[in-house]
Design a protein around this ligand. Structure first.
Ligand SMILES: [Zn+2]
Ligand SMILES: [Zn+2]
Length: 399
């Protein structure tokens, strides 16, 4: 008889409730073997399993963040392996088990260095949470650059973006719909199988229709750096024009995301977005910068040497003139708690917006995004107050 067989690869989560995509399973027994979830139920569990006690709390699917720039002092655009590792680990601790490192505006060299650093970390770390890069900057409208550095903005050109796509790591692609070259960009993004989004844009309804035809299905951070009826009046005067907001609200197929950090949008706006789009078309994102888990003070947004300056007040980032917001400084656990507190969305719906919905939109829901047999064991142990206690990536405890 062997007495040294303690290298079991079977783990069981018991002693609490599992948050499924459409309901809560109380007294849950969730069994994982190697990297996957193998069964879900109540009652008995295999004798060889090592037990993780939920202590009356929850087992949640790991969070999936589509839009995130950095954390714990690092920005993905610093373009080094170390910055990528630091940012990924910071967000793992806040429950993000699938991350899409997001580019800002910047030079082609900076963007290539960022993608390359993400590629290195993804291929070298067994427990890496990197799924793919979100190519976000630099293809923004000149009048909607927001807190990004203006010098790093430009219109899309094939000679440039073909190099990014050639890495095979770009999975989400953003471009303002009104830019010359947007159509070619969308076409190539679609060919690459990317999830296509329009953001930092002052696009009209007509421009959105053309983008939709080309495959665009999502709008970045709803209400932030996007067109509105009043903003389009400045472009087209009267009759007033429908904007990105009306386009998203009127098209069932369009999804969007909210920065539910408590500083960007009021509770009514969060409730409105949830009620209008539903939990299967609204994603929670952090849009978090390097000031996550850092003291208040001045930081660079984007690259550490030439990114634009912002100030963190401990709640959110502010532009240098103090007049506009400059992205969030919180993790996914924070936005989940805030969304739950601020809206009528149920706990399974709030968690869905932070896991299954972004998984479905990016086409990875067969592998991850919910607690379901056959999927990767990307799991979180949460307290009753939704604080992150333990984090598992493909069955391995990482935080
Ligand atoms: Zn933005
Ligand atoms: Zn952003």
């Amino acid at each position: 008889m062997s007495t040294t067989n303690n290298s079991t690869s079977c783990t069981v989560f018991v002693g609490g409730s599992a948050i499924l995509s459409n309901r809560i399973l109380e007294s849950a027994v969730v069994v994982c073997r190697d990297s996957k979830i193998v069964s879900l139920g109540t009652g008995k569990w295999p004798k060889d399993a090592s037990v993780v006690d939920l202590r009356g709390g929850y087992l949640s699917p790991g969070f999936i963040d589509l839009h995130v720039h950095g954390g714990n002092g690092a920005d993905f655009m610093d373009g080094t392996k170390q910055a990528v590792e630091t940012s990924c680990l910071a967000h793992l601790k806040h429950g993000t088990t699938t991350i899409f490192p997001t580019t800002t505006t910047g030079s082609p060299q900076q963007i290539l260095a960022m993608i390359d650093a993400c590629q290195q970390v993804k291929s070298q770390q067994v427990d890496s949470n990197i799924e793919g890069v979100h190519l976000y900057g630099p293809y923004f409208a000149a009048d909607k650059v927001g807190c990004h550095s203006v010098q790093g903005r430009r219109d899309p050109e094939g000679a440039e973006f073909d190099r990014y796509f050639a890495t095979g790591l770009v999975r989400i692609a953003t471009c303002a719909a009104e830019l010359a070259g947007a159509r070619r960009f969308y076409k190539e993004s679609k060919r690459q199988g990317c999830f296509i989004t329009c953001g930092h844009s002052n696009a009209s309804w007509t421009e959105m229709q053309l983008a939709y035809k080309a495959g665009m299905r999502h709008v970045d951070h709803f209400w932030c750096a996007m067109s509105s009826v009043p903003s389009l009046r400045q472009r087209f005067n009267v009759p007033m024009q429908a904007s990105m907001a009306e386009f998203v609200l009127m098209h069932r197929e369009m999804s969007t995301e909210v920065i539910a950090d408590g500083s960007h949008l009021s509770p009514e706006l969060l409730e409105f977005a949830y009620r209008m789009k539903g939990a299967d078309r609204l994603c929670l994102v952090t849009d978090c910068n390097r000031a996550l888990d850092q003291p208040v003070g001045k930081y660079r947004f984007g690259n550490e040497y030439d990114g634009s300056w912002f100030e963190s007040d401990g709640q959110v980032g502010w532009s240098e003139d103090g007049e506009s917001l400059a992205s969030s400084i919180v993790g996914m656990d924070h936005v989940v708690r805030h969304m739950k507190r601020s809206t009528t969305a149920s706990l399974p719906e709030v968690i869905r917006m932070a896991s299954l919905t972004p998984a479905e939109r990016t086409g990875i829901d067969k592998r991850t995004g919910s607690i379901q047999p056959g999927k990767q064991a990307n799991l979180l142990v949460l307290s009753k107050q939704l604080r992150v206690k333990q984090v598992f990536v493909r069955g391995n405890r990482v935080a």
